[in-house]
Each structure stands twice: as C-alpha cells, then as structure tokens.
Design a protein. Structure first.
Length: 370
C-alpha cells in the first residue's frame, strides 16, 4: 500500500519538528567534586535541577557528576572552560591564580558568621558590583549565576582542645585564610580536599579540621571527630555552586534564562537556612548518637580572633595588589559595605525565609540583565 503523498509530506515535516526539538534541548553535565549526599547537592541543587527541567518541559536537562567523577576541585574550572562540563561547583581556593579577584571576597572568610548575610553579600558583590570578579570567570568561559555561603566554620578535632596552647603542633586541614590563622597559632596547616579529610583523620594524618558542622554529616566526619570548639571562625562564602559555560548560557532562550534566574533567590535562601537548621540538628544528633562534645572557646582564642580579623582585611587587600588585581582595596571595602547592608536586611527578615527570598530577588536578581 502506497502512502499518500500528502501524508508522506506531513510525516516528514513532523520528523523535522521532532529533530529540531531534540537538537534545541540543552543537556547540562554538571561537575561537583563533593559527593551527591552533600547537603547543597542533595537538598538544594538537585531539586533546583528537577524544577528547571519540569518547568522548561525538558528543554533543559541536567546530569550531576558528583564525587569528582568528572572533575576534581582543582580541575573543575578547566572542565567548564574546555567543554568537558557545561557547569561545575567552582571554589576559587583550588585555582587562586586564575580567580585572583574572587580571592578578594573569599579571602575575607574569617569575618563571616551568618550564611544568609554572607551569601547575599557575595551574590550582590560578584554579580552586580565587581566587574573584575565577573571578568575572572568570563576569561574562562564561565557565566556565574549563584554563590552560597557555608555556616560558620568551627575547629573540629579528634582530641579535646581546652586551651589555645592545645592547638600548637596539631595538623589541621585549613586552606586559604584558615591556613594563615592555623600557622599563627603554631599549628601545622594541611591543604587537602575536604572530601579527603575523613581518610586523613582516620589514619592520623590530620588531628583537626576547620570547616562547617554540616561536614560532620556530609563527609561522615563525626565517625572520627569527637571534639568541637563551639566558636565561629568565619565562613566560606564564595562557592560558585551554579554556573554555566558562557556559550551554553548565551544559547538559552530568554524564557529559559528567566526560568533559571527566577528560581535562584529561593534556592539561595534555602541553602543558607538549611545550613543553620543543619547546624542545630547536628549538635543534637552528634552529641546523642556520635559522642560529639562541644566546648566553649578559650577566652584567649576570642581575643586572638578579633585582632586577626583586622589583620586579614589589610592582608587581603595587599594580596590583591601583589596579584595585580585592579582596584583590590576598593573591592575589599565594597564587599565590607555589602556585608553591613545585608546584616541590616537579615535583621529585618529574621527567620522568615520567604521574606529573605524576596529581599534577594529585589536587591539582586531583579537587576541582572539577561
């Protein structure tokens, strides 16, 4: 039986439409050196991916390559730049020379206490107020879209730390500014990937680590860490946890870009509050089920931190000049202003996540041109 010519034409046309639709779909391979069970992956980014896929009817799809399966922390920037991945979790501490301007923000780590304040300040700074920061990523074919902040880092050890003198000589996983802090206390800073810390602690290659309480769960550190000094040591607030290769971002339709941008404020608010909620939960669960002990800090440590924070502001600006970052001191001062601004806003929004989300939308993401 011969197919009527008109039907043949219609079938051919339908085939062309289907091919066009398939070719128009954007598949995003996203690299993350942290495991899929990391709270930001499991409870924030993966739900975000699923939501974007649903709302775009599959015109954008994501595949998460977690645990360093596609790229390590150090190799993630190159993976996006060279086309191995369409996006990646990017941490400037692994590529400080390539992302020198970002170091002006992340370098002020020891000033942070609240992830809501620091994530908001970082997003406004990076996306709207720091041309040099944007250029740092753009030189590597990366379009930054969302940064998150951890909750306040704590000193977590295998053995008790009862005084500031107890820190001397201990091997501490402490990168970036935390390495400087550890060295000033007479400790031995060790630079390794946070995902490698468990084995190092288990083997005695590390005595302590400086990090978020969330890591106790995410990396199962609470199996080997039993003592926590309950004192904020700052935040890491320059984690670029959603970005796209620039040609991929530019290839999206305006409608697809809007779907993404519209959902970022809620994602950021959830990430910040999740860290705060998790900290409280980990304190209870860690003590009850894993034998964690939380100790107040030595008063000498508190005084040392106050002095160290002021030195850090000067050090970061000087480091920027040394690395030939344009307007390094201005970047530092502008970021400090953003922190003060968001301290006031967060004081007003309080624990209301919806209000915080709306503040992020109005103050930052409604102003992004796409």
């Amino acid at each position: 039986m011969r197919t009527p010519r008109r039907l043949s034409f219609m079938m051919a046309a339908l085939g062309l439409v289907l091919v066009a639709s398939a070719s128009a779909a954007t598949k995003i391979n996203f690299a993350a050196y942290v495991p899929a069970k990391h709270i930001v992956m499991q409870d924030v980014l993966i739900p975000f991916f699923n939501d974007v896929e649903k709302v775009t009817n599959g015109s954008i799809t994501f595949k998460l390559h977690a645990g360093g399966s596609l790229a390590s922390g150090k190799g993630s920037l190159a993976a996006v730049r060279d086309g191995l991945a369409e996006g990646a979790l990017l941490v400037d501490l692994y590529t400080p020379k390539e992302l020198a301007a970002i170091g002006m923000v992340s370098g002020l780590a020891m000033l942070g206490t609240d992830p809501r304040v620091m994530s908001a300040a970082s997003n406004e700074m990076m996306l709207l107020s720091c041309p040099e920061c944007l250029k740092s990523y753009q030189r590597h074919n990366v379009t930054p879209l969302a940064f998150y902040s951890t909750s306040a880092y704590k000193l977590m050890c295998r053995e008790p730390v009862k005084s500031i003198e107890d820190i001397k000589g201990r091997k501490i996983r402490a990168v970036g500014p935390y390495g400087i802090w550890a060295k000033e206390l007479g400790a031995v800073p060790v630079r390794i990937n946070s995902a490698e810390g468990y084995e190092a602690l288990e083997r005695g290659q590390l005595d302590c680590l400086v990090g978020s309480l969330a890591w106790l769960k995410s990396y199962s550190y609470w199996d080997v860490v039993k003592h926590v000094v309950d004192f904020p040591l700052g935040t890491y607030h320059a984690a670029l946890f959603f970005d796209l290769r620039t040609d991929v971002w530019e290839g999206l339709s305006k409608e697809e870009k809007k779907v993404i941008i519209d959902r970022i404020p809620a994602m950021l608010a959830r990430a910040a509050n999740l860290y705060l909620e998790l900290d409280e939960g980990i304190k209870k669960t860690g003590a009850a089920e894993h034998g964690l002990q939380f100790a107040d800090p030595d008063p000498k440590l508190i005084e040392m931190m106050k002095a160290h924070q002021q030195k850090e502001i000067k050090r970061v600006a000087a480091q920027g000049d040394k690395r030939k970052v344009k307007n390094a001191e201005e970047i530092v001062n502008t970021y400090l202003e953003k922190v003060k601004k968001w301290e006031k806003i967060v004081a007003e929004t309080g624990d209301d996540e919806a209000k915080f989300t709306e503040a992020l939308r109005q103050e930052i993401f409604s102003k992004i041109q796409y």
